[in-house]
Design a protein around this ligand. Sequence first.
Ligand code: NIG
Ligand code: FE
Length: 395
Amino acid sequence: MSAAGSGSEPYGAIANGAVAVTGDRIIWVGPEAELPSDLEGQAGRILDAEGGWVTPGLIDCHTHLVFGGDRANEFEMRLQGTTYEEIARGGGGILSTVEATRGASDEVLYETASARLATLIAHGLTTVEIKSGYGLDVETELRMLRVAKRLGDEHPVTVSKTLLAAHALPPDFAADRTAYIDLVCSETIPAAAAEGIADAIDAFCEGIAFTPEECERVFTVGADHGLPSRLHADQLSDLGGAALAARMGARSADHLEYASEAGARAMAEAGTVAVLLPGAFYFLGEEQAPPVAAFREHGVPMAVATDLNPGSSPIASPLIAMNMACVLFGLTPEEALTGMTRTAAAVLGFADERGVLASGAHADLAVWNVGHPAELSYWIGGNPCLAVVQNGVVR
Ligand code: NIG
Ligand code: FE
């Protein structure tokens, strides 16, 4: 096999490499010819990748995997010319999924999300982030996070859970925006934190969602409860979301189609990762791509994620998201792979722990039937994943 992720060659490649694992950890990575003989002798099980490639397991750091219903009807409307924003302002969009999610039982939410998660795992995924945000009332937000937790308990995947109560203004608060933010700050965040079912907090900063000031309030209360922040920023317009995320020390700013040069600079200084979501750009037929050249120039790390959700990115494939990041945003296949592994791990607080093939890291690996790692971003459809190892267990 060859391994991507640790050597000094492009892709960190090691030709004819070997990875040794004990328990849930990698204990050695290098050329097979240099594998210490005691390690080889002790091996309880040898998995021969038969000339394929081994990479860190893929990490999807931005999904809305748990939701009720679908929005195929809105897809039809958009194809007739109605825009995503018009649908949202007319009470559809996120709010139509809120209605379907509130009306779905825990079991239905779990089963439908399970099917989508199984597809991701079959395509080499070992870690996934799952957001709430389709409940908006306290109980449904908590229900979504509990379903996300159960998905991690019952599937061979590490789940990171993000509270996105500030995703849209629920209709019952249409006349009083402040009252909704008050509810999020005084009840939803404390309840999710007390139950230990949120690992981070997110907000949607946009004309159809929340203002920078409202997002800032949510982040401040999240930080008081020990929750790192993320931001849906500058997706449809430039409200200064990138700079806001940087100022708040957010782990990431996501989407960023309309982010400014100054925003990119601020993110670089703050160490805020740019999470690129080409699936939403593609599916909404957007025309302005995120400022990838500025991110490169200023040294902003770029992650790539599916944004899997029923409204703007119904894409249950990390590999297709990587392909789109290359074709639509001009990433190199190497940047796309790093964006779905090492950089995605950093967004979730797993820097050096996951998303890398390195001694001491979790043994999360994907084995691929490809002759070169660029193929992971190249094929569209099909599935070159031969096997997944998650926390040291072959799945
Ligand atoms: O990341 N941008 C906001 N939230 C989601 C879309 C949610 C929806 O349309 O249901 C996103 O694209
Ligand atoms: Fe999103």
